[in-house]
Design a protein around this ligand. Structure first.
Ligand SMILES: [Zn+2]
Length: 209
């Protein structure tokens, strides 16, 4: 069922991380794309929350390409796959999960692996990770806001190419500013989370049994 229609714990269905199969016998029909979640949890032990979205503000960046990695499912289809862009099995889920891999130096100098915050999915949407549910939700909401800001900036620049800063393209954050802002926003979800809970409680479509 749609997330907003969940009324109690009875509506939640558990799946095994190992293969996305249901824990209980005879479960209700589930989301086919649950393998996105199971394969990311399987590969990255520090990730405890995964958001998959079809945000229309973000999808264009997966079509045109940007510096954020883009997963192109067409490179992974096999003959018996339905080419409908959906992550329908563990093999496609594993291929998507591998695109999150980011190598890091461990304290002992060896190379380790962590998960990127987000990977775009061509013509489909985006998948976002977090070490906790609040972090993943925060990233999902602000990634959408940032996509809207970037699109508006690109449109303004295209509409006024000879305005101030003539000849320049969009002025993005420098790598130093991006790193500084990441530190500043690391715990920013704490303030937003309490507000979002109040907002959900205030909307009548969400209710508890
Ligand atoms: Zn999807």
């Amino acid at each position: 069922m749609a997330p907003a229609l969940i009324r109690s714990h009875e509506d939640l269905v558990q799946y095994h991380v190992s293969d996305g199969s249901p824990v209980e016998a005879n479960p209700p029909r589930g989301y086919v794309e649950r393998y996105i979640h199971s394969e990311i949890y399987k590969r990255y032990p520090t990730i405890n929350s995964v958001v998959h979205s079809h945000s229309k503000a973000i999808i264009p960046y997966g079509i045109t390409g940007t510096s954020t990695p883009v997963f192109d499912i067409a490179k992974h289809y096999q003959a018996d796959d339905i080419p409908d862009l959906l992550i329908r099995n563990t093999r496609l889920g594993e291929a998507l999960a591998s695109q999150f891999a980011h190598s890091d130096a461990n304290e002992d100098g060896t190379q380790g692996e962590s998960a990127r915050p987000a990977v775009l999915m061509r013509g489909h949407g985006v998948t976002i990770t977090g070490t906790r549910i609040e972090e993943a939700v925060f990233r999902a909401i602000y990634m959408q806001d940032n996509a809207e800001i970037e699109t508006t900036s690109l449109l303004l620049r295209a509409a006024h190419p000879s305005g101030p800063n003539e000849g320049s393209i969009i002025q993005y954050l420098s790598p130093e500013e991006a790193a500084g802002a990441a530190g500043m926003t690391q715990w920013a979800w704490e303030r937003a989370w309490a507000l979002w809970i109040k907002e959900v409680e205030a909307v009548s479509i969400y209710s508890r049994e």
